[in-house]
Design a protein around this ligand. Structure first.
Ligand code: GLU
Length: 327
């Protein structure tokens, strides 16, 4: 009997499965190659793992939907209780990989490795990063020590935790960064090194996967804005709002006044930053109006966490703040 790990690959598309038709063309289409091509390529390189694939979607990840998220969640949940599966890999476009990773991190238990992987160059580009990232992801998902670290993202030989991961560059194979922690490990097709021990071994799922994602718009701060910028984002269904504020979650006085009115009316307000890196700290306005500081989460991921909390019936500002404060 082989001791090779049994890995389930859930494919969703993205550049990792994209082709241009010519290495010299700039434009390409994501989600063109079936997962079997990756499996065949990995096997032809002599990989010591049993790979099975399941296609969940074939999209550019800008088109990800709550339905696809729920399909991914269901497939991962089934794999978690299937004794024949040791680890899960999700191939994903890079544009929204951090949002999918955080959503699954919040809603899945940490009993088996779950690894998102993408690529910045299409599969037929010169120097494509797809197959290398994929082999790296297989190495990570095959390691029992990858469990207990939440959902992980593997790109450019680095392993980044879902909570920390963000796409920080529009192009280049090193497009992903981690904040506040950089990588939690490094990986190549021939090596794997973790920085520290798993921190959440055997942790149960923290929240239920939402059946409905509440309406939570993001308000992007800019110079010379007025309250109409807030009002045009609101619908009758709006349950929360994330401010992509200046600096450490700052906004013009007129905007904070409007947000205070919304908080008073029961809409959860989270202050994040339009700046790429740094913590958003609590300020006196927060306790005054019931605002929440996003801490290390950027606006897009703060939105995911707020949606999950609201869908799980958590709406008191101090409870929301506690969830944002957690690592
Ligand atoms: N926009 C596409 C996506 O996110 C392609 C970008 C990529 O995967 O790098 O799926």
């Amino acid at each position: 009997m082989s001791s090779a790990a049994n890995i389930l690959i859930l494919a969703t598309g993205g550049t990792i499965a994209g082709t241009a038709g010519s290495a010299l063309k700039r434009d390409y289409r994501p989600g063109q190659i079936g997962i079997s091509t990756f499996i065949e390529q990995a096997e032809s390189l002599g990989l010591d793992a049993n790979l099975t694939g399941q296609e969940i979607a074939a999209i550019g990840s800008e088109d990800i939907t709550p339905e696809i998220w729920r399909s991914l969640y269901r497939a991962c949940s089934n794999a978690m209780v299937n004794e024949g599966i040791d680890g899960i890999i999700i191939t994903h476009g890079t544009d929204t990989a951090e949002e999918t990773a955080l959503l699954l991190d919040l809603t899945l238990p940490t009993t088996k490795p779950v690894v998102l992987v993408g690529a910045m160059r299409p599969a037929d580009a010169v120097g494509t990063d797809g197959i290398r990232n994929f082999l790296n992801a297989v190495r990570v998902a095959s390691d029992p020590d990858a469990a207990g670290r939440g959902v992980l993202l593997v790109m450019s030989d680095r392993i980044i935790s879902a909570r920390d991961a963000r796409k920080a560059k529009t192009s280049g194979v090193d497009a992903f960064k981690g904040f506040p922690r950089d990588a939690v490990g490094t990986v190549t097709p021939s090596s794997l090194d973790w920085f520290g021990e798993p921190w959440a071994k055997g942790r149960a799922a923290r929240y239920a996967m939402p059946t409905d994602f509440p309406h939570v718009p993001i308000l992007y701060a800019h110079a010379a804005m007025d309250r109409s910028a807030v009002d045009c984002l609101l619908t009758d269904q709006t349950r929360g709002l994330v401010l992509a504020g200046f600096g450490d979650g700052n906004a013009p006085e007129a905007i904070f006044d409007r947000l205070a009115e919304l908080a008073e009316a029961g809409i959860s307000i989270v202050r994040a930053s339009r700046v790429d890196e740094g913590l958003v700290d609590r300020i006196p306005l927060d306790s005054q109006h019931g605002f929440v500081a996003a801490r290390g989460l950027g606006p897009a991921k703060a939105r995911i966490l707020l949606q999950v909390l609201l869908a799980n019936g958590i709406s008191a500002p101090e409870e929301i703040q506690a969830a944002f404060d957690k690592r």
